[in-house]
Design a protein around this ligand. Structure first.
Ligand SMILES: Nc1ncnc2c1ncn2[C@@H]1O[C@H](COP(=O)(O)OP(=O)(O)OP(=O)(O)O)[C@@H](O)[C@H]1O
Ligand SMILES: [Mg+2]
Length: 433
């Protein structure tokens, strides 16, 4: 039937397809020489000079975008976490090298490249898809906001060449993946922790539940919140990186002591792909004058180096590295070694957990409201399945071990469970009478 499962994630995207018999296969991508089963949800635009001196803009997506960005001397524009802007009515698009691109067009570029890669690998045309969506998109305050985001996704899919598209909740898709290995029935709570959103669903799964369903599954409930890995990164920038770049530093101005650099400049660092917006004359002037007056001029100097050399991506990578290290170890070192800078800052997991405490609370509230609304006590949940990249964070896992006990928690397929489940769902649609 060639109905692909498409997980367009805030950070990573994957495609899965039923190929032979009941087998689901994932499209593979190459990133810096290694094979991966997901592609980064990023775009990169650069300009080249064509014959006759005319400038031409060239766009790339996924791994190719990052590879090109890293190898080019004169950096173009990297755009990421586009999914998190889908609810914003004010963000209609962005200008790149003097041309306006609508958000739907930008996203369609990623979706179209994913489709082409899958078509090439599976040697068949793919125009139908089951596509994942979070329970609530980042920034959604009402159902209308979520509907608005879905409509924009639908348009992006259409622009990318998809004809028939159905949406499924991402945690429900992850549930199908978990179910594919089950030989008995269970009531299961799924937690999918990504870059933009944390999503939950509670439902009975297994061979009997599947037989009973006749195509439409019995759901006990779902919930979600627009807080996940990107929010954790922003906390690391605010609490660890920005202070090293002078966010707490002061400057002498006449007889007063004032913050050296206005806070809004650091807010742009928290969303690293906004960093390139700081290369303006206005910001240059603010930073130059701050460097002269600052009581810690070396910190402002470091900030200037990062802004001038457009090191947002490298900074973000350093933040990712320290976050990943803290998933494994009780302490780690933030290390940024680029553009003539060598920043090293020790950090403990305990500190990181204190920085993300509010985010963890929002996640806990979402899980508790789901259980309450479903009228299910944690005792009645047989198993918890945690997936998505941010499920590696120990404090996230602890939320579940406290409520359900370690022995009931399972995890796996962190970056592929949603795409795989969407393809399973596509298959079950076809099998349904
Ligand atoms: N070992 C790790 N420890 C902590 N965080 C991690 C780890 N590995 C990946 N992450 C985080 O997981 C997130 C990406 O996960 P994933 O690919 O599941 O998200 P996504 O599907 O793109 O996003 P969403 O589902 O919200 O749209 C990123 O924020 C990344 O930093
Ligand atoms: Mg995801």
């Amino acid at each position: 039937m060639n109905v692909a499962g498409i997980d367009f994630g805030t950070t990573n995207s994957s495609v899965a397809l039923q190929t032979g018999d009941a087998r689901i296969e994932l499209a593979s991508f190459t990133f810096l020489g290694s094979e991966t089963l997901s592609s980064r949800s990023v775009l990169y635009f650069e300009q080249s000079r064509a014959a006759g001196g005319m400038k031409r803009t060239h766009g790339l997506s996924g791994s190719a975008a990052i590879e090109r960005y890293l190898e080019s001397d004169e950096k173009g524009r990297l755009i990421q976490s586009m999914k998190s802007h889908l609810t914003s009515r004010s963000l209609t698009g962005t200008e790149v090298f003097g041309r306006r691109h609508r958000l739907e067009e930008l996203i369609s570029r990623i979706l179209s490249d994913l489709r082409k890669q899958a078509e090439k690998q599976f040697a068949r045309q793919i125009v139908n898809a089951v596509v994942g969506r979070p329970v609530h998109f980042v920034g959604a305050e009402t159902d209308e906001d979520d509907d608005f985001a879905v409509a924009r996704m639908r348009e992006a899919l259409q622009l990318a060449g998809f004809e028939r598209v159905e949406f499924e909740l991402e945690p429900v898709a992850a549930a199908y993946t978990y179910e594919s290995a089950l030989d008995h029935d269970e009531v299961i709570l799924i937690g999918d922790f990504g870059g933009g959103t944390s999503d939950f669903t509670l439902l009975p799964l297994g061979p009997e539940a599947r037989k009973r369903s006749h195509g439409s599954r019995e759901m006990l409930g779902y919930s979600g919140v627009g807080v996940a890995g990107d929010a954790f990164d922003a906390r690391i920038v605010k609490k660890l990186v920005s202070p090293a770049l002078g966010s707490n530093s002061e400057a002498r101005s006449l007889n007063k002591i004032l913050p050296a650099v206005p806070a809004w400049i650091y807010a742009n660092l928290e969303r690293w792909h906004h960093l390139s917006f700081l290369r303006t004359n206005n910001v240059r002037e603010i930073l130059r004058s701050a460097r002269v007056r600052a009581l810690e001029p070396e910190k402002i100097e470091a900030l200037i180096a990062i802004v001038e050399q457009d090191l947002g991506y490298q900074l973000h990578q350093a933040v990712q590295r320290v976050k990943f290290a803290l998933s494994q170890h009780e302490s780690a070192e933030f290390r940024f070694h680029d553009g003539g800078l060598d920043l090293r800052i020790p950090v403990t997991r305990r500190e990181f957990e204190a920085w993300i405490a509010e985010d963890l609370k929002a996640i806990e509230a979402s899980i508790d409201s789901l259980l309450r609304a479903a009228g299910i006590s944690p005792r009645d949940v047989d198993r918890v399945f945690l997936t998505g990249g941010s499920s590696f964070v120990p404090a996230v896992r602890r939320i579940f071990s406290c409520r359900f006990g370690k022995e009931r928690i399972r995890g796996g397929h962190e970056f592929t469970s949603v795409a795989q489940g969407l393809a399973l769902r596509a298959q079950q649609n076809c099998d349904a009478p």
